[in-house]
Design a protein around this ligand. Sequence first.
Ligand SMILES: [Zn+2]
Ligand SMILES: [Zn+2]
Length: 436
Amino acid sequence: MVFGLFLKLFPHPWYGFGDHVVSDLDFLTERFRSFYQKTNVSEPPGVEFREFGYGIFGKKISGRHLNFVSLAEFNSFLRSQVPFYVSYSPAFYQYPANRPMAAKELLHSDIVYEFDADDLKTPCAQEHDFWECKSCHAAGRGVVEACSSCGGSSIAADQWVCENCLETVKKQVFRLVDVIENDFGFSDGLDFNFSGSKGFHIHLRGKSVQGLSAKARVELLDFVTGTNLDLQSLGFSESNNALRCTPFRSSHGWSKKILEALHELLESGDASRLAVAGSVSIRTANKVIEDKTAVWESVQKGLFPTVSSKSVVFWKNVLEFVSSDLGLSVDRQTSMDQYKIIRVPETLHGSTGLLAKKIIFNSLSSFNALEESVVFGNDPVKLFVSRAPKIRIGGESFGPFENQETELPEFAAVFLLCHGAATLAENHVPLKEALR
Ligand SMILES: [Zn+2]
Ligand SMILES: [Zn+2]
């Protein structure tokens, strides 16, 4: 495959086709090549049964239906073709390179759950993201639904990631692991990796998972995300003008999660939140909070106590309120689309230059992706940065930058170049000259 030619034919659209394009790309390609030359990627397991895809700068998947007979062949592909992105199928096929998809003959498949900071709407995005209106080109910092200038809703987002975003994603990962182990009972074959950009991937590679039907996979996903929850079928029922449930000690799955969340809300003592949750006055909510010990004792036994003339409605509202927060924001398409291919762990992510690093579960809580996934060195690189928020990477802080020249260690320079926020200073054409 003439991969170099692809790069030259389809450069990052942000830059256009000027002479400097190839040079920025050459710089990144050489950095990526040096990484793959000294690295032996030992993922994924069952390499000979997987379909692979690769991406060029600015395009995550530009080709697929590749297959490698061994990890050695896969590594020599990485060294010679130097893809900016490389993905593989959670599915195992008899003939992974065949087309169309049906001709690959599916054998069985892992399940992959993907969490991404963008789906979690972290508040810090208001600090580090930018937006630009596609109609009137007004721009600003933060995240907006509509343009503040023309009101249009066609918005281009320039999204960044920070430690806080990734900590928020991690909390979802821990909750998912709790579900996988305690609700699903799958404890073998769990693998974790940083996505290389804004989230984490959880691979379920155990035998008990691989043979599950498509329908079973949807059911697992609905359980994880709390889709179509129905209080009645979870054992919350109305009788004699009171709401009842399965006693706490014999509850499990979603009923248990909802009761735990209710307990947490009561224990927080937050009467205004409870008032919002139950659509009642703050006075009624205060009364419930004052009585919280007795209330919880009654709920544990299976009876929601009378708190007002509309107790049943109040408790149903509260239960729906707490359960809406419990569904996990997992990417549905990654788990459902059996043909979707996903980043190969231990390979580079072309939008960041960071490694999609594998993580041992016990180290996840202390794992700092923006330090531990840095693979490039400290040699100084002169850049022209068009726009970047303050970033923290490799244990150091840089920026913010706006239309300025700066010198950064290679790992930070690669990060900005991959994001499309910078160009090598030697290739930067000042606007006046460019228009001449
Ligand atoms: Zn606008
Ligand atoms: Zn953030």
